[in-house]
Design a protein. Structure first.
Length: 267
């Protein structure tokens, strides 16, 4: 009876593992199809979506070629004036967020939620990003000569378990080229609520899709190797042409026996 239980448990685990591998394989195929399109076309592939009554968040692979994950926040409360904020994390930053989502971030949000404050404190703020002054002027995003700052925060919600808050406001470029947001009220704020389970799913999918994309790139030689084949360096030993040596039978030398064969070994 115990053996049957163990076998059933093993079969169940193998079945779950196969489902996971199939999901990753499907992700690889989907991403391969997306990135193989013409680079001038917009690649639209969202692998995580969360909706509320008037807002939604899509986590996209649109810029995987640039090793960035796109977080697209949209406010559709006014159909005549749909507004959006797009934020970006590098692969490293996104993987770190995915790791935190499975542990420390979830615990921080739950602890803050337990305090019961009307305005819970944020537990995560994305690295600051946006559009610098020159690009804003060229793209006519602002008419005040300032940069456009965009970032998002994650924390406990007052009504929901988790709340994502994206903010867009005026900013300026510092000496390192980073877009620093100016103080004051944000010009545009978009909030998307979700649950603890949703946060875990998002983290899992970020991790799985980045790994799937990188695996597909390695598998299809998208990363160019610096290896250029055998190129002899100067003053190195040159390969000599192989010539088969003529076989000449040799006499087997006679070895002198220095032991008494009768007493050499006894069991």
């Amino acid at each position: 009876m115990d053996t049957m239980l163990i076998l059933n448990s093993i079969i169940k685990k193998l079945s779950n593992a196969l489902k996971g591998l199939k999901k990753i394989s499907n992700d690889v195929d989907t991403i391969k199809a997306a990135v193989s399109q013409n680079s001038k076309q917009n690649i639209e592939y969202s692998f995580f979506e969360m909706y509320s009554s008037n807002t939604f968040l899509k986590v996209k692979a649109n810029l995987f070629k640039s090793e960035k994950v796109m977080f697209s926040f949209v406010d559709k409360s006014n159909p005549q004036n749909i507004r959006s904020i797009d934020c970006f994390l590098t692969f490293g930053e996104a993987l770190l967020l995915a790791e935190e989502a499975k542990g420390t971030l979830l615990k921080k949000c739950a602890a803050e939620k337990a305090k019961g404050n009307q305005y819970p404190a944020e537990s995560y703020t994305s690295p600051f990003g946006g559009v610098n002054e020159v690009a804003c002027k060229k793209r006519k995003l602002r008419n005040d000569g300032k940069a456009l700052s965009r970032y998002f925060k994650i924390g406990a919600g007052s009504k929901s378990e988790i709340i994502f808050t994206a903010e867009s406001r005026a900013g300026h470029s510092n000496d390192k080229g980073l877009i620093v947001p100016e103080k004051g009220k944000a010009e545009l704020t978009i909030r998307v609520p979700m649950g603890y389970k949703d946060l875990l799913i998002m983290g899992k999918l970020i991790d799985a899709n980045i790994m799937a994309y990188l695996s597909s790139q390695y598998a299809h030689n998208a990363f160019k190797s610096e290896y250029k084949g055998y190129e002899q360096e100067p003053n190195t030993t040159q390969n000599q042409p192989y010539e088969q040596a003529v076989y000449i039978p040799q006499a087997v030398p006679q070895m002198a026996q220095t032991y008494n064969s009768q007493n050499y070994y006894s069991a």
